[in-house]
Design a binder for this molecule. Structure first.
Ligand code: ZN
Length: 141
C-alpha cells in the first residue's frame, strides 16, 4: 500500500507563563481524520518559547512540572538574551530549548498510541498571552 502523508494544524490560545495545555484530543482527532492505520504522527509547533512533551495530566503534576522549570531556568534570574532584545523572556527560551518543540508517537490500529496516564501537553513559557499554531503530520498506511 502507498504511504499516506496527512498534514493538519490547529491553534492554541495561551496565557503564557508556563501554562500547560492538554492537546491529546486534538492530536487524536487529526490521526482519526488522516485514515492512517499504521504509522506515526509528528506533533510540532514553530516557536522558540514553547515546548511539547507528555505528562499524567492532573493538577498536582502540572504544578510540579512548572516548579521544576522554575528551578531549571528561574524567571527572575539575569539572562544575556535581555541585553539583545530587552524582552524579559530569557527564561522562556532556555526552558523551551531544554524541552524541544516536537514529539513523535506511533499510530496503531488507526489510533494515536499512548499510555492511559500519558497525555500530550503544550507548554507556553513566554511572558505574555499568545495564540500558537500546532502542526500534526501523520505518515503511514
Ligand atoms: Zn526573547
Amino acid at each position: 500500500m502507498p504511504v499516506k502523508i496527512y498534514s493538519n494544524e490547529f491553534s492554541v490560545s495561551t496565557r503564557g507563563e508556563t501554562e500547560i495545555i492538554d492537546i491529546t484530543g486534538r492530536v487524536e482527532s487529526c490521526v482519526h481524520k488522516s485514515g492512517v492505520t499504521t504509522g506515526h504522527v509528528l506533533v510540532f509547533s514553530p516557536g522558540s518559547t514553547i515546548g511539547i512533551t507528555t505528562v499524567e495530566y492532573e493538577p498536582g503534576l502540572k504544578k510540579d512540572l512548572q516548579e521544576a522549570f522554575e528551578k531549571l531556568a528561574p524567571r527572575r534570574a539575569s539572562y544575556h538574551h535581555h541585553k539583545t532584545w530587552n524582552d524579559g523572556n530569557g527564561y522562556a527560551h532556555v526552558r523551551a530549548s531544554l524541552l524541544g518543540q516536537d514529539r513523535v508517537f506511533p499510530v496503531k490500529e488507526g489510533k494515536l498510541y499512548h499510555g492511559t496516564w500519558q497525555q500530550i501537553i503544550f507548554i507556553d513559557f513566554d511572558n505574555r498571552a499568545r495564540t500558537r499554531s500546532v502542526t500534526v503530520q501523520v505518515v503511514g498506511e
